[in-house]
Design a binder for this molecule. Structure first.
Ligand SMILES: O=C(O)C(=O)Cc1ccc(O)cc1
Ligand SMILES: [Fe+2]
Length: 467
């Protein structure tokens, strides 16, 4: 017995400036705003692309807002405020009022940085899940609660996870006929009220969340795995066929020091499957990343430092065509990490790319990485490329919030179900180079500032002679 998950419903972000993130999700990542809710204290906007749904929450009266005036233009944005303001007008900023003053289907996290911190699952029965999880000793932030409108009833509760600030909302929608959740207003209603909305139709075939990656402190992985196994019936997904159960998938050569362990859920006591029960969308995997000792500054440690604790480091968005998706997004202003140029000129890699039907130059334009999966597994046997090879294509965005924390990834799987070792190494190198260049920039700025200050404090020639 466990609180069996039937599907992932949405992922919630909590941010200081919802309009900034809304702008990025719609204009750059091509999501569509489809439901909204606003009360005196909370603003909740829901965005959708395929089956991938984000709810972005802002609490305008939060004490944290005073710190920076609610302005969180991220380092990667490149957005002109003017167009953002125009867009805010378009989405009818500040116009959706609803009586109940709470962060519906969630809790407001007392967190000082922007964060992705709630993964909402659909379950068949919230009451029995509650009883089971209570016996297991879980901590509840919201007990089973009913919300209804004229389309029916939804029951939900919020349980605290074992990973940093991550919570799970468990929701039962089986008695609800509406297309989202009661309490939210459909954006088309806004259209009827005469306000235009943005509808994205560009070539960006994102279909679902492929995986969610947690950044964790060292040695926490076994506890995390046990927690999800005991409570939600998750099971291990072996990234590599000869992966050690306790060690996970360890990458430790050439300056990289990373331990990855992955899991996914079974949708009932009977079945373990990589497809959700209605077979429409593959199950989203969970990856736990921890850095190995003595690695110094790196992607995982930087996240833990800047996020001020463990949490969701990145989310993989599945696309059926990574090249057109990355192209559309890059044109709209998304910044991707690029591996060192040598990655695309190396003969072996070029051959791999060409064999997979890709032009290395096109992939290099957007920083797309390609790995060939050589292992033979039952899960990937059905979807093998004509030449018997399986490929994995990935590209990683730069952090999307102010801090060096959360980022998104595009992933296209051509038969490969795991994570590419070569891709992870290339990503690691690009991030190290990025962090070093950022550090060098900061050093340069500091030196320039010091020089500026010391020049100012030096007596001028004139002063000297005047004396
Ligand atoms: O390869 C992927 O997409 C992963 O999710 C694995 C991973 C996890 C953490 C990192 O800092 C880098 C790569
Ligand atoms: Fe990933």
């Amino acid at each position: 017995m466990a609180a069996f998950v039937s599907r992932l419903h949405h992922i919630a972000l909590h941010v200081r400036n919802v309009d900034k993130v809304a702008y990025d999700l719609v204009q750059k990542f091509k999501f569509n705003l489809f439901f909204t809710r606003e009360t005196e204290s909370f603003k909740q906007l829901a965005f959708k692309k395929g089956a991938a749904v984000f709810i972005v929450n802002e609490r305008p009266n939060s004490p944290h807002f005073g710190l920076n005036g609610g302005s969180t233009l991220s380092s990667t944005s490149g957005t002109s405020l003017k167009s953002e303001q125009e867009w805010n007008k378009k989405i009818g900023k500040g116009k959706y009022k609803n009586g109940t003053d709470s962060c519906l289907y969630d809790v407001y996290p007392q967190y000082s940085v922007d964060t992705a911190c709630n993964v909402c699952f659909e379950v068949e029965d919230v009451e029995s899940s509650f009883k089971f999880l209570r016996k297991q000793g879980c901590v509840f932030l919201v007990p089973p609660t009913e919300v209804c409108d004229d389309k029916g009833v939804v029951t939900y509760m919020v349980v605290k996870s074992i990973v940093g600030n991550v919570n799970h909302t468990l929701v039962d929608r089986t008695r609800y006929d509406g297309s989202f959740l009661p309490g939210f207003q459909e954006v088309d209603t806004v259209m009827n009220n005469g306000r235009p909305t943005v509808k994205n139709t560009e070539s960006c075939p994102i279909s679902h969340f492929d995986h969610i990656t947690y950044a964790c402190p060292r040695m926490l992985t076994p506890q995390v795995i046990r927690w999800y196994e005991r409570n939600f019936g998750f099971q291990r997904f072996f990234i590599e066929s000869n992966e050690d159960v306790d060690e996970g998938f360890v990458l430790s050569q050439d300056g990289i020091g990373l331990r990855l362990t992955a899991m996914y859920w079974k949708s009932s006591e009977k079945g373990t499957q990589l497809l959700s029960p209605d077979k429409k969308e593959p199950v989203c995997k969970f990856v736990i990343a921890e850095s190995l000792p003595e690695q110094g500054s790196n992607q995982v440690e930087t996240f833990l430092e800047q996020h001020r604790g463990p949490g969701i480091q990145h989310i993989g968005l599945y696309t059926e065509d990574i090249v057109s998706t990355a192209q559309t997004m890059a044109q709209a202003g998304v910044h991707f990490f690029s591996p060192p140029p040598a990655y695309y000129t190396e003969v072996g890699k070029q051959k791999e790319m060409e064999e997979a039907g890709h032009d290395p130059q096109v992939l290099s334009q957007y920083g797309i990485l390609l790995d060939t999966d050589l292992r033979q597994t039952d899960l990937s046997r059905q979807a093998i490329d004509a030449q018997g090879k399986r490929y994995l294509l990935q590209v990683f965005t730069k952090p999307i919030f102010c801090e060096d924390t959360f980022f998104l990834e595009l992933i296209e799987r051509r038969g490969a179900s795991g994570f590419g070792e070569g891709n992870i190494r290339a990503l690691w190198r690009s991030v190290q180079a990025y962090m070093e260049s950022e550090r060098a920039e900061t050093r340069e700025e500091n030196t320039a500032e010091q020089q500026h200050t010391s020049l100012e404090s030096l007596p001028t020639r004139q002063n000297v002679y005047e004396d």
